[in-house]
Ligand binder design. Structure first.
Ligand code: PLP
Length: 373
């Protein structure tokens, strides 16, 4: 049987968005302007917070939120080693110290009891990552008064915890609008917060540290992290569809879970009972009890024209960049083991249920279950 290539992501740009981009391009105002303002308004409303600030990448959003809570040289920020490098580098850019804590194997997010062990009198912020789109355990991460909770929500727009949307769960949250994310603007990012002080700092940081009232008056360090109206026009129509996108991804996730449950040594994603998972990724674990290794399974899927993803093949602390800071193998055993097991299957809205059944069948056959082609 000839099958279409099934890839891990596919950016969808509606005709409405294309029209809006063309309108902006012809309008004469293409850099940060009204469309960015409207995106911020709608994004804040969606997340249920007072303020949103749009910037030109998720990395910029993370840099802004950490500056927003005043991370300074010597401050310690506790975060997950099982994430993309953009979580950690902005901490270093501000002179802060990256303090990793291990994750739990249920939701792949920071384990509050591990975070607790890393607290010192220099801890300035706890920085969980809502990995794959499930909110971290915010309820138990609020460990000490005075320590800010900052969220790397780059993968988690549409998720929620106890009925509260991601973006409103921390003191300040960073989102990415990169092309592969649940909603996107090719490149882009958004900061959300209820704090007037933090939003003021983020807006200033986005614009060279300039006094918002007085151009060419520089109050503090800052960079150019502004988003353009051209790219905001791509994202804007998607904001109204976030819940629909989340439902479509959950429908596909459910189908995988139904198809794949009971396979020996394969662990399927767990959704915490008080959470809505936005399934940026549907990530299974291929443990050593499975009849096939994770890497062999990737080969079997590739042969069937299916291209899953591995996020992430190695925890941050085992890369040279972080080993230079003294981290070593064995420091975070859960993250180290999980990195060898994870496999993310295509779950985006452009994948059909039929294709999901096909991917599931390939996995079942590879695991030794009998099946017709
Ligand atoms: C995508 C992502 C980022 C960075 O976002 P960019 O828009 O690519 O700069 C940071 N953290 C996590 C967890 C991400 O998935």
């Amino acid at each position: 049987m000839k099958v279409d290539k099934i890839t891990i992501s596919k950016p969808l740009v509606s005709e409405a968005a294309i029209k809006e981009v063309v309108r902006v391009l012809k309008s004469g105002h293409i850099s940060q302007g009204e469309v960015v303002g409207e995106l911020e308004k709608q994004f804040a409303r969606y997340c249920g917070v007072k303020y949103a600030v749009a910037v030109n990448s998720g990395t910029a959003a993370i840099h802004c939120v950490l500056y927003g809570v005043d991370i300074k040289p010597g401050d310690e920020v506790i975060t997950s080693p099982f994430t993309f490098v953009a979580t950690a580098n902005p901490i270093l850019a501000l002179g802060g110290k990256v303090v990793f804590a291990d994750i739990n194997e249920i939701d792949f997010c920071l384990d509050p009891s591990e975070v607790k062990r890393k607290l010192t009198n220099k801890t300035k912020a706890i920085f969980p990552v809502d990995l794959y789109g499930q909110p971290a355990d915010y309820k138990h991460l609020n460990l000490r008064k005075g320590i800010k909770i900052v969220a790397d929500a780059c993968q988690a727009i549409g998720g929620s915890l106890d009925g509260k949307k991601v973006g409103s769960l921390a003191d300040v949250s960073a989102f990415s609008l990169y092309a592969t994310k649940n909603i996107m603007s090719a490149e882009g990012g958004v900061v959300t917060t209820d704090s007037k002080e933090i939003v003021g700092r983020c807006m200033m940081f986005r614009n060279h540290g300039q006094d918002p009232q007085r151009r060419y008056s520089y109050v503090d360090f800052g960079l150019n992290y502004r988003m353009t109206d051209v790219l905001a026009a791509i994202a804007l129509p998607q904001v109204g569809r976030i819940d629909k996108i989340t439902r479509e991804r959950n429908l596909r996730a459910k189908r995988y879970t139904k198809n794949l449950s009971g396979l020996p040594g394969i662990i399927l994603p767990v959704i915490r009972s008080n959470a809505i998972h936005c399934f940026h990724q549907y990530t299974i674990r291929v443990t050593d009890k499975a009849p096939i290794s994770r890497d062999q399974l990737v080969i079997a899927l590739n042969k069937a024209n299916v291209f899953p993803g591995i996020y992430y093949p190695l925890p941050l602390h085992l890369h040279p960049h972080f080993m230079k800071m003294g981290y070593k193998e064995g420091d975070f055993p859960v993250a180290e083991r999980i990195a060898k097991e994870v496999l993310s299957l295509p779950v985006h809205p452009a994948v059909t249920l039929k294709q999901i059944d096909f991917v599931s069948k390939v996995i079942k056959v590879a695991c030794g279950e009998k099946g017709k082609n």
